[in-house]
Structure formats: structure tokens, C-alpha cells
Design a protein around this ligand. Structure first.
Ligand code: ADP
Ligand code: MG
Length: 332
């Protein structure tokens, strides 16, 4: 480890510590060759995931570093909560071309803010010189049955949290350097709102996935894993007034944008239909907006997803066209 790297770690990454459970169990904290977590913590199942953001693929160097820091951590919280687990701690592997103190400071501030909001401690990582990329690994704890993509059942209702399409519209505004950038949409691109401690099998949730690649693409994973098909109700899809205005300004259909736009990091889950009313009250009490957007059914050969009132050609063409400026390359 060279001196500047040591300085970077000490200055920006050694004090992001917002999870009280891991704090109590971290017998060797950040700073040694590796962190050690006392095994008394693991009466629950350990959940592990990682997500990498590469400059040029997932973000541009010109983008807001604070937003990138927030998002790098939040997208991993999203993966943990979509399994039905709670976030605990993370590891950050960052590669930076030069020691740009302004960029690093803002990035670390965004990362720390997300850690605080979602209750995560940064317990280790790696800092190297190289092409700008940020990889976060997240640990979480699961104290219930996992919410797997493969556990949907025929007649389960399909629900989503929040609004769809905002993040992709925000990205599109950023990339087109729009004169009247919609701040709300851009905020949704940088700062996904992750619903921690929400989806749970006790409330009748069966399968769950977080929406990183767009509703159609992600719901297709659930369909394939569960060996079922899905019917979507396009007229119920929740979209924000900001997305509506964005779509209108570009003469696009907001429904199409809501179906295809990625990076919202809302949750899409299937629910035992008998639990709908109790689930709605539960969601209201938690302050999370949920919308029924479709239903699972037995597998239809060759068609994982049907959109009610639309032809298969319509859907295929929509997927091919994708969200303007927003190619699938970015979400890999
Ligand atoms: P080593 O040379 O033994 O691999 P490092 O110099 O890479 O150790 O790291 C020193 C300490 O700082 C370790 O505890 C490591 O986990 C931590 N660390 C390094 N980079 C980061 C980072 N970007 N974020 C958080 N912790 C980091
Ligand atoms: Mg070492």
C-alpha cells in the first residue's frame, strides 16, 4: 500500500459506520489485512451480493460524484432487500485514475450518506490506480425465508413499489444535456429510494426482484425462474407527473417508458392474491406506495410476458427500440 492510498482510505473511507449490529461484532475493524466479524452475529443467514459501476458503461466522469457514491451503495442495498434481507455491511473496491480530491470527497460523501440512510457500515475494501470503476460488495442478514425469483405461483398478483421510468428519463435528460433538465427525474437516477425492511414472506410475498433493467426485462427473470408467464396491465402502471411531462415533451407514451426504463431500483414482487387487502394496509402503514400491475399465470409457450391490449409485435418492437439513449449495454 503506497502512502497516498493510505491517506485516501483514512481520509474518506475509514469512518463510514452506520450499522450498530456489525459495530458490536467487528472484532477486527477496517485497517488490518482483513476485517473479522464475530460469528455470534450469524444466527441468521448471511446474504452476499456485489455490483460494479464502470465509468463509460454505467456512468460518465462528468456525472455528479456524490450521486455516483450514493448509487454505488444503494444498488447493493436493493439486491439485499429484494431477497427479503436487511443490509449490514459493505466492502468497497475502487479504482481511480488520479487522486482527484474534489471527486473523491464528493463520492465518499454520497457513499456515506447512503450508508447512513440505509444503516450500513463500510468494513474494508481495496483502493487502486486505474480506469475509474467502483465495486461494492454487500453483506446482509436474512431472518425469514428468502424471496427467490423462482417462487412465484400461478394467479399471484404482480406488484411494484413507487413509480417506474423516472431514472431512465433522468439519465436520458442528463445525456441529452437538456436545457430544462427535470431535477426530480435526475435525482431518481442518482438516488434510488430503496424500501428497506418492506417485502417479507410473512405478508404473502412469494417472489421478488429489484428493477434494475426495467419492468419487462426483470419480470421476465421471475417468469423464467418460476416457469410461468405474466400478464401486465399497462393502464395501471404507476408513473410520476414528471415522467408524464418528460414523455409528452418527447412525444412518447409514458407507459412505454415505464415498461422499458431501467435503474429505478423499485421492487417487483408477486403476492398471494388472498393477502392483497392486508398487504395494502401493511404498505400504507410502512409509507410505501404499491400498485398491482399484473398477474402470474401458467406458462404460455414462447411468451413469458403478455401486455394486455397490446400485440406481441408491439412488445418486441418496444424492447428492440429500448429507451432512447438507453441501450442494454449499460445495464450489464
Ligand atoms: P493490503 O495491502 O493488506 O491489501 P490495503 O492497503 O489494500 O491492505 O488496505 C488497508 C486497509 O484499508 C484494509 O483493511 C482494507 O480493507 C481497507 N481499505 C482499502 N481500500 C478501501 C476502500 N476503498 N474502502 C474501505 N476500506 C478500504
Ligand atoms: Mg495485507
Amino acid at each position: 500500500m503506497s502512502a497516498p492510498e493510505f491517506e485516501i482510505i483514512k481520509r474518506y473511507f475509514s469512518n463510514i459506520n452506520y450499522n450498530s449490529r456489525i459495530r458490536e461484532h467487528l472484532t477486527v475493524p477496517l485497517g488490518d489485512d482483513a476485517a473479522i466479524i464475530n460469528n455470534a452475529l450469524f444466527s441468521e443467514d448471511l446474504v452476499v451480493c456485489a455490483d460494479t459501476l464502470c465509468e463509460g458503461t454505467h456512468f460518465l466522469q462528468s456525472m455528479d460524484p456524490k450521486g455516483i457514491g450514493f448509487k454505488a451503495l444503494a444498488v447493493n442495498v436493493s439486491d439485499v432487500v429484494s431477497m427479503g434481507a436487511q443490509p449490514l455491511a459493505c466492502i468497497l473496491c475502487i479504482s481511480i485514475p488520479t487522486q482527484d480530491a474534489t471527486w473523491l470527497e464528493a463520492f465518499a460523501a454520497g457513499l456515506a450518506e447512503a450508508a447512513k440512510v440505509y444503516g450500513v457500515s463500510l468494513i474494508g475494501g481495496d483502493t487502486t490506480k486505474g480506469h475509474l470503476s467502483v465495486s461494492v460488495q454487500m453483506l446482509g442478514l436474512l431472518n425469514q425465508a428468502p424471496l427467490r425469483r423462482s417462487d412465484a405461483q400461478p394467479r399471484d398478483l404482480i406488484l411494484v413499489t413507487g413509480c417506474l421510468g423516472d431514472a431512465a428519463a433522468g439519465l436520458s435528460s442528463l445525456l441529452s444535456k437538456d436545457q430544462d433538465l427535470s431535477p426530480q427525474l435526475i435525482t431518481r437516477f442518482y438516488r434510488p429510494d430503496i424500501h428497506v425492511d418492506f417485502v417479507t414472506s410473512q405478508q404473502g410475498v412469494r417472489a421478488c426482484i429489484d428493477l434494475s433493467d426495467g419492468l419487462i426485462a426483470d419480470l421476465e427473470h421471475v417468469c423464467r425462474a418460476s416457469n410461468l408467464s405474466a400478464i401486465l396491465y399497462p393502464n395501471t402502471l404507476p408513473f410520476s407527473p414528471a415522467l408524464d411531462a418528460f414523455a409528452r415533451s418527447r412525444e412518447q407514451d409514458p407507459v412505454e417508458l415505464a415498461i422499458i426504463g431501467g435503474e429505478d431500483y423499485e421492487l417487483c414482487f408477486t403476492l398471494d392474491p388472498a393477502k392483497l387487502e392486508t398487504f395494502r394496509s401493511y404498505a400504507r402503514a410502512k409509507g410505501v406506495a404499491v400498485t398491482v400491475v399484473g398477474v402470474m399465470r401458467e406458462k404460455i409457450e414462447g411468451t413469458p410476458i403478455l401486455v394486455e391490449g397490446k400485440s406481441e409485435t408491439w412488445l418486441r418492437e418496444l424492447r428492440q427500440r429500448g429507451f432512447q439513449h438507453f441501450t442494454s449495454k449499460r445495464s450489464q
